[in-house]
Design a protein around this ligand. Structure first.
Ligand SMILES: [Zn+2]
Length: 307
């Protein structure tokens, strides 16, 4: 199912409208950066509002998760759990293996007392996302997953198989160029590692971070209206579609909504330079994000008609 980040009303409304229209469950993610930007209390009540809003739109039993993305300390996870989150991620992936297990276990022991689920991470993703940053990726080692999941007690596991955070997932050197369009073609995901992990942990929920596809039409719109995003490149949708047919059940999408929002706003300002009421340019931004979420749910992730 889709797992988009939100820190604005526009993103939240677009996500809920898309989820209700397609009858899809959704995981609304809040990062540490979003809590700093929009305030943790406001975001928490926005998420409660989202559930009521989904009911108002005609969804009897909305499945909406409020999830902390990339929690980096026990204290941050505890704070979110104490404040009504239904799910948290503890990202100990940059720590040595045994420390990652110990930190994850500590969060799991606290979270499970309150029926809160815990996502852990094993392996390192490259790229930049809010305060999460890594130069190089380290693929998850399949031989570690049983030990890690068993000893930490985590409920789901984020793995590294070649996805990457941000809108510049790969350098031009890592890619080939399509001779017809001149666009970058990224290296394929390591499906052999994913299948090896699935074999060792049958039925265990697997998470893919950094899985925006960086739609080139949005990038082109941004660049045509004064933006500058040369060589932005994401994960091709065919690969995400293939991954969503495996044990991968949560696919994180953040950059795509940023791009959809920015493209609509840039285009609007270019065409109507006299507008200055935020509602005038945020409305098309919201519509464009909603269109993108519906496309992802129905055409890529296949989580529609599940409610
Ligand atoms: Zn992430």
């Amino acid at each position: 199912m889709p797992s988009p980040n939100f820190n604005t009303l526009e993103q939240m409304q677009a996500i809920i409208q898309a989820a209700v229209e397609t009858k899809s469950p959704v995981i609304m993610q809040v990062s540490k950066g979003a809590r700093n930007y929009a305030n943790g209390t406001i975001l928490r009540y926005m998420a409660q509002g989202a559930v009521e809003y989904a009911k108002e739109l005609g969804c009897e039993k909305p499945q909406i998760v409020l999830h902390l993305d990339h929690g980096d300390t026990f204290e941050l996870c505890k704070d979110c759990i104490d404040n009504g989150f239904s799910s948290v991620m503890i990202d100990g992936s940059s720590l040595p293996y045994e420390e990652n297990i110990a930190l994850t276990k500590k969060v799991v022991e606290y979270a499970h007392q309150y029926d809160v689920t815990v996502e852990a991470e094993l392996g390192v993703l490259a790229g930049v996302e809010d305060e999460v940053q890594a130069e190089e990726s380290h693929y998850t080692k399949p031989e570690e997953v049983i030990d890690f999941a068993t000893r930490s007690g985590c409920d789901s596991l984020a793995i590294s198989i070649g996805t990457s955070h941000g809108a510049y997932k790969f350098t031009p050197e890592q890619c080939t160029r399509d001779p017809k369009t001149g666009k970058l073609v990224p290296p394929p995901l390591a499906f052999d590692i994913l299948h090896e992990i699935e074999k060792r942990l049958p039925g265990f929920p697997i998470v893919l971070h950094g899985s925006s596809s960086v739609p080139q039409d949005e990038v082109d719109t941004i660049n045509a209206h004064g933006g500058k995003l040369p060589d932005a490149v994401g994960i091709p949708e065919e690969q995400l579609r293939e991954a969503s047919k495996s044990a991968v059940c949560k696919i994180n999408i953040d950059s795509d909504s940023r791009l959809a929002m920015t493209a609509a706003i840039r285009k609007h300002f270019d065409e109507k330079p006299g507008d200055f009421d935020p509602r005038q340019y945020l409305k098309p931004a919201r519509e464009n994000m909603k269109k993108m979420y519906i496309h992802k749910i129905v055409e890529v992730l296949g989580s529609n008609e599940k409610l």
